[in-house]
Design a protein around this ligand. Structure first.
Ligand code: CA
Length: 233
């Protein structure tokens, strides 16, 4: 249960899905605002400053991607795309437009809650000046000041590029990061569309950090989209 009742704005034109989200989220003790269209969503986002926005991409008036761009012109409020379209290209477009995460319909209440919690954590962090210098998830520990990495208490030696990739994943911990985002943040614009860079270095990183690199516990693949660094207690 969140310590204070976080406000979630749902922008969704389909009544059954809105109803499902309303019941699920109110049961989980969130406050809810509902918008039936993109325009209404933009108005409510501006007037109520929600903590998280759940956004359907297929809206009757304004395209969901356009809604993301307009929201991003004004705020960093975490946006989770809720899309019936399972197509990777839609998810990637949403993330590249500035969304923080996505859920593909149908999804479970557990999955929805986990994504919202991650988004709230990230939103809180975005409001602070500095990131916590030490990231811990399960047996993984990353000290962002000293640039040292440990797994199960043992120091892991990474190359500068492997470390940079891991540090970017830590910066987006719990959230999906697209191949394009990684290329931009780790290699800079010059890398273009060379997503084999990300695959190659992710492969190396997993071999150094994961007990079973084929079944990663930390650096998960989001098929067709990118990667997610899982946050464990
Ligand atoms: Ca829709």
């Amino acid at each position: 249960m969140p310590p204070t009742q976080s406000l979630i704005l749902v922008i969704e034109d389909e009544a059954p899905i809105r109803h499902f989200l309303k019941v699920s989220l109110e049961n989980a003790n969130y406050r809810l605002l509902e918008a039936f269209s993109g325009q209404e969503g933009l108005t409510l986002a501006a007037s109520h400053n929600p903590d998280v926005i759940l956004l359907d991409l297929g809206l009757p008036d304004v395209d969901g991607l356009e809604v993301i761009s307009r929201l991003r012109q004004k705020s960093l409020t975490p946006i989770i795309v809720v899309s019936a379209r399972g197509r990777e290209s839609d998810k990637i477009k949403g993330l590249d437009a500035g969304a923080d995460d996505y859920l593909t319909k149908p999804f479970s209440v557990g999955e929805l809650s986990a994504r919202i919690r991650a988004a709230l954590r990230h939103g809180a962090r975005a409001g602070q000046e500095a990131r916590p210098p030490v990231f811990v998830s399960g047996g993984l520990k990353v000290d962002l000041d000293s640039r040292l990495v440990w797994m199960e208490g043992r120091e892991v030696h990474l190359t500068p590029m492997e470390y940079k990739l891991l540090a970017v994943m830590v910066g987006h911990a719990g959230k999906v990061v697209t191949h394009r985002q990684l290329l931009k943040e780790v290699w800079g614009q010059a890398a273009g569309q060379q997503s084999n860079y990300t695959r190659l270095y992710m492969h190396q990183l997993r071999h150094k950090l994961e007990a079973d690199p084929a079944r990663p516990l930390f650096l998960r693949t989001e098929p067709g989209v990118g990667y997610r660094l899982l946050c464990q207690d």
